[in-house]
Design a protein around this ligand. Structure first.
Ligand code: ATP
Length: 217
């Protein structure tokens, strides 16, 4: 995907992939931290097509893309990038980074991710290609990331044993996970007073209007 504003000014490009099912407040903080701290000229936000590492079926991509536009669309330098949705077969970061490399041959590439993904990184398909294409930029995350994440004591995941090079991103530790948001919605419904705290307000409205996440996943 070539962008009209591409040119010599695009020197630092970030990739931020996820299921974004739904996008939540920590996703937005992570995108903001990455743009500011990595001094990015562009951040590609990529809702995944088929997530090779997630076993549950994801919410229809149309909704996840729409929610990403609501969650990130107002951030300067963000590009909501639908290529993984339209690609046949599972979404692999190595393929996407190789495409970004071709589109931005002069740019330095960064892969933006949370600590849980760094800890699982050697299970990623073709992870060696990923690290050869991009610098990993990693935000701290709580150890508990499942359905109970919002109720558990917040302890930071320990990255001291990681023997891969990465750049740390600084943002407040936020225990939210999409799994916990879905669990809360299924339990108490879309009018939960706390929903606006967990996801950006326009995403909360979208979830409510489209009756998403009404059953446990
Ligand atoms: P799910 O609970 O459905 O597995 P999730 O909340 O982990 O979802 P993803 O869409 O899988 O969200 O995550 C996309 C990226 O955002 C990943 O790199 C993940 O590590 C990071 N991320 C998600 N939540 C947080 C958080 N609370 N703090 C820091 N990074 C996060």
């Amino acid at each position: 995907m070539t962008h009209p504003s591409d040119g010599p000014t695009i020197r630092r490009v970030g990739m931020f992939g996820g299921a974004f099912d739904p996008p939540h407040g920590a996703h937005r903080s992570l995108a903001e931290a990455a743009i500011a701290q990595l001094n990015l000229d562009a951040l590609h936000v990529l809702p995944t097509g088929q997530a090779w590492h997630k076993t549950r079926p994801l919410t229809d991509a149309v909704h996840r893309v729409a929610m990403c536009r609501l969650a990130f669309g107002d951030l300067p330098r963000v590009r909501i990038d639908e290529r993984e949705i339209h690609r046949q077969g599972p979404s692999y970061t190595a393929d996407t980074l190789a495409e970004l490399r071709r589109e931005h041959p002069q740019a330095e590439l960064f892969l933006v991710l949370g600590a849980d993904q760094l800890l699982a990184f050697r299970q990623w398909v073709r992870w060696q290609e990923v690290v050869s294409l991009a610098t990993l930029a990693v935000a701290a995350r709580a150890r508990s990331i499942g359905a109970q994440a919002l109720d558990a004591p917040v302890e930071e995941a320990d990255l001291s044993g990681v023997d891969l090079p990465f750049v740390p991103l600084t943002m407040p530790l936020n225990p939210v996970s999409a799994t916990a948001v879905r669990a809360r919605l299924a339990a108490v419904g879309p009018d939960a007073a706390s929903l606006d705290v967990l996801v950006p307000a326009p995403v909360a409205s979208y979830i409510s209007q489209n009756h998403l996440y009404q059953t446990p996943t």
